[in-house]
Design a protein around this ligand. Sequence first.
Ligand code: GLN
Length: 424
Amino acid sequence: MHSPIPDYLLEVLDACGTDGGAVADYIPELAAADPDRFGICLATVDGTVYSAGNAETTFTIQSMSKPFAYGVALADQGHEAMAEKIDVEPSGEAFNEISLEPGTGRPKNAMINAGAILTHSLVAGDDGIQRTERLREMFSRCAGRELRIDESAFTSEFDTAHRNLGLAHMMKAVGILDCDPVEAVRGYSRQCSIEVTCRDLAMMAATLANAGVQPTTGEQILSRRSVRQMLSVMMTCGMYDAAGDWMTDVGIPAKSGVSGGVIGALPGQVGIAVFSPRLDSHGSSVRGVETFERLSTDMGMHMMEVAHEGRSALRDAFTTDGPDPVTVYQVQGDLRFTGAETVVRAISEAEHTTGRVVLDLTRAYRLNDVGQRMLLEVARRLGLDGIEVAMVDPDHALHGPHVEASGLEMFDHLDAAIAARADR
Ligand code: GLN
């Protein structure tokens, strides 16, 4: 059968093809872009890619490099050191606004140019070339292929970077930028000139949606903590002075660039990239914004539209037949607080007359730290009440030292966990 998803994407291309806006013309490489180009690409967290239109056209990454460079700087400097240099507040201003916090000189966030230039300077490396090489290499691993730099776009960008040089000199003057301001802007301009396609960007976004793990290679490229920070800043600051509109209408952490690309990463689900060069007054792709609005509405992707994880966490609860009955709780899915609460409540409220309880995690996909602690605590309390507890956990949904310390009986199969009782 032919999947309906590519057909749906073609429909979106048709429906969102407005001609409004204008191609960025401050450098010839951007001015030369074909304004009618239009591509969409979705990459799921399991690595499946769907695309429509010009998904393989190359263009420069521009400001879509900013969240990824922020992730690398967070890894190189640590979160605390980064917080001292760059704030995390939406600026409500245009991307190239000259605004630094009075007193500290910190840029408002890492998505506006001031913060992005400072971020670039905090990536490990002796000069702009080394820092960009580190970024190019990391972006390539996220994209799943070797990316190159558009040298002519870089030269044009740097030759006309007067405003960015102004920002960097100002940051040097207030003492927040340590390196040579010209070198910082040279490197930042190179970083913006890394060449990508919609498909590359969708894979990069999917790496964020997948908590830092590249969906096809399985490599953990960014830490979970860094990804959380990157997505938070994308959500609040990624769309500059349109961040509030974006949050209410689309509700997906995102970043746009003047080349006409927009990326979005929906945590746990999908990375999205759209490319079409004509820009609105905020410097974001007109069709890109329209497409994201449409995808979010059609596919229920707004982050504030929540799934009811709790209701489905307890798949089944039953008592086995026979002379030595056992009570079994079957847990399923991705368990966080609300899911674990449903399971904990069912167990706490039940009268356990069987003397043995089996918690079957065969279908539990992933338990976060809270989910694990809650299940272990329930097991401990059942034990205090004199009830035997066994866990069925073939895929090690429970892991770490606290699991071993619990001394729980562990099994790979439910049948074995039930039979263990009858054996005695
Ligand atoms: N290279 C561009 C600049 O710094 C990037 C801006 C953007 O994409 N919004 O001006």
